[in-house]
Design a protein around this ligand. Sequence first.
Ligand SMILES: Cc1cc2nc3c(=O)[nH]c(=O)nc-3n(C[C@H](O)[C@H](O)[C@H](O)COP(=O)(O)O)c2cc1C
Length: 187
Amino acid sequence: MFKITILYGAIREGRLSIRAAKALQNALQQSGKATVTFIDIKDYNLPVMEARLKDMENPPVGLLEISNALESADGIVFVTPEYNNSYSGAMKNCIDYFTKEWAKKPIGICCGSNGKMGGVNASNLLQLLVLAIGAYPMPYKLLVPELHLSLDENGVPQNEIMQKNLDRFVSEYLWFVEAIVNQRKKG
Ligand SMILES: Cc1cc2nc3c(=O)[nH]c(=O)nc-3n(C[C@H](O)[C@H](O)[C@H](O)COP(=O)(O)O)c2cc1C
């Protein structure tokens, strides 16, 4: 079993992209190959980052909890809505707190929007961010257009294409995680 942490980065009242995070959580668990830790940034009320976790003398418990969930994971999935052609500010703020937690981690990217483009702009920028933190972005991304139509409130796909893309993402992601886990074992 792979330990996967989903980092979900929208804190907006009425956020729809939680549907995408739930869809991934369900699909990864149903694969039978993963245990999933779900980190919802909204639960942590993180202030705007003034110091990285590694430089804090008395870090808040919540940050240590997120750090542990990231560091102990075999793989991480970032889920974010697209805001103004990019990922959410809350997501970036959270990511900036951490350093060694990201080292050589396989990171899957899922973005969503209520329009037809499924957060493609955010996803491209997020791949660059993953490179900047010293982790590996998976080439195939899960894009969710028309969040309100593609997934129901529990994250259940509402059309064939959504289901197909979700299945492909999970299958490619587990392959990607396995490849990097095996390499990391070699040191
Ligand atoms: C501040 C803000 C900026 C947005 N910018 C974009 C955008 O650039 N492209 C897009 O497709 N949707 C954009 N949207 C719409 C979101 O895609 C929509 O809110 C969607 O439901 C996902 O965000 P949510 O999880 O907050 O609901 C924006 C929404 C907000 C609140």
